[in-house]
Design a binder for this molecule. Sequence first.
Ligand SMILES: [Zn+2]
Length: 269
Amino acid sequence: MKKALKIIATVLIIVVLIIGIMFVYDRATIGNQYKINEKNLLIPIIIYHDLVESEDQIQYDYMQTTYETFKKQITGLIDYGYKPITYKDLIEYSKGEKSLYKKSFIITFDDGYEGVYKYAYPFAKENNIPITSFLINDKVGTDGYYSWDEAREMDKSGLVSIYSHSMKHDDYDKYKPEDLLNDVTTSLAQIEDELGHEVEKVFTYPCGLYSEEGRKLLEDNGIIQNLTDSKINQSKTLNLYGLHRMYALEDPVWKILLKIEYRHFRYGG
Ligand SMILES: [Zn+2]
């Protein structure tokens, strides 16, 4: 009996030591930057929709997030060592042209809600961090959505990247691939026209609905695509034409960090 206890205690001490060493190593290398293929980086892309002032404005936890929760989540991740990056950074990294910090992540907002202009944009300016907004062309300037003037103002700041979330937010998995391509290219062309410059060709599927044929045709046309599948991007299998994204919901930072590690474990790598 005593012997068994001794063995358990020894194993426990070893486990605690290993975890401690891993933690110390992680903290010591937090500022390191890596080129693609140098290290398998986990690159979470976080999805938000609208930001609101108070909790009673939340209808669905994945659709509305209070500004307070958003602030806590982002500053918490940054305090832990995460660096917000842009899709441009990710594209250059994938080509081997740029290094990324060990803990890089992307902050995205779907649909183009007013809360992006009202809360996320001032927050981005205050903290000098990049964010990305995917707009629905037909919704811009309508009730609850930011206008083209506001889009231009955010774009000019250099901190907000604006890309496509389709023309009309339909079930694009039911579209013929060429009709999907037409929708996305029209949407991106209008964004470029309204902003007055070229943008990276980045698209996010409404409700994450896509068909493999459609996805392939967009890939053949060089359009970077975001899915909504709660998986995690790993640099060694990085696929710009099927990027994984996850929700932060109302989660505290420790839970987001756990989810990142769990998904890495769950989906391999
Ligand atoms: Zn959407």
